[in-house]
Design a binder for this molecule. Structure first.
Ligand code: PEP
Length: 259
């Protein structure tokens, strides 16, 4: 059985005091949740302080991006080893906001993933189509191109712990959520692609999580789908009660029938 992941992408929200308060609220309520991988991804400036709150905790620390070089004259960038030194276990790579506003391409996504793998940080690779691409029936084609580009040159062993987040761009921060059927269709296609590119074994163990206006009201119906293994949560992860509720609902679902 794949362990689900609920990861909070805090984007460019929260100063350091607010971030500490948020993480303390979360960890106090979910300390006994053992069957869900819980991840919070604050901004770079808050990673160290939030990380100190999470030493030996069931809530893991993640970053929202990383650079591919180890060190050097790259003003404004942060290396994977730097992330590791403050306790990061995960890093989000290729988020659609990075692709849209900061020139992220499948090639740079590939280089960032390589750096993360080499430093043993779990990459959360984000893929997803725009509304125009969906309306032109190009969703699967777009997602497949993004995944093939992102994973170019990696062996099965390299990506054994990688997580894929399917995040339709039109659903991120818009309040529009993919229906469970829409999300399941793409998650299943991604799993099939991983089987074709690598193996059935890798495809059946890889976590494929959904992102795009997921919230307490819709998390259960999404999580019931066979190929949805968790969520990358933006807006709702900034409200402790919502994020905690989503974690608990997911945990309960996995204690029950979903396998
Ligand atoms: C995200 O930022 O990855 C995301 C899914 O945001 P939201 O949940 O706010 O749509």
């Amino acid at each position: 059985m794949r362990q689900p992941i609920i990861a909070g992408n805090w984007k460019m929200y929260k100063n350091v005091n607010e971030a500490i308060e948020l993480v303390n609220n979360i960890k106090r309520e979910v300390y006994d949740v053992a069957n869900v991988g819980i991840v919070v991804c604050p901004t770079f400036t808050n990673l160290s302080d939030v990380g100190q709150m999470l030493v030996e905790n069931n809530v893991a620390l993640g970053a929202q991006n990383c650079y591919w070089e180890k060190e050097g004259a790259f003003t404004g960038e942060v290396s994977v080893d730097m992330l590791k030194s403050v306790g990061c276990k995960y890093v989000i790579i290729g988020h659609s906001e990075r692709r849209k506003y900061f020139g992220e391409t499948d090639e740079t996504v590939n280089m960032r993933i390589k750096a993360a793998i080499e430093s043993e940080i779990v990459p959360i690779l984000c893929v997803g189509e725009t509304l125009e691409e969906r309306e032109a029936s190009k969703t699967i084609e777009i997602v497949e191109t993004q995944i093939k580009g992102a994973l170019k040159g990696f062996s099965e062993k390299d990506i054994v712990s990688l997580v894929i987040a399917y995040e339709p761009v039109w659903a991120i921060g818009t309040g529009l959520t993919a229906t469970p059927d829409q999300a399941q269709e793409i998650h299943a296609a991604i799993r099939k692609l991983i089987a074709e590119l690598y193996s059935d074994v890798l495809a059946s163990s890889m976590r494929i999580i959904y992102g795009g206006s997921a919230k307490p009201e819709n998390i259960e119906e999404l999580m019931r789908e066979e190929d949805i293994d968790g969520g990358l949560i933006g807006g709702a992860s900034l409200k402790p009660e919502s994020f905690i509720d989503m974690i608990k609902k997911t945990s309960k679902l996995y204690e029950g029938t979903k396998d």
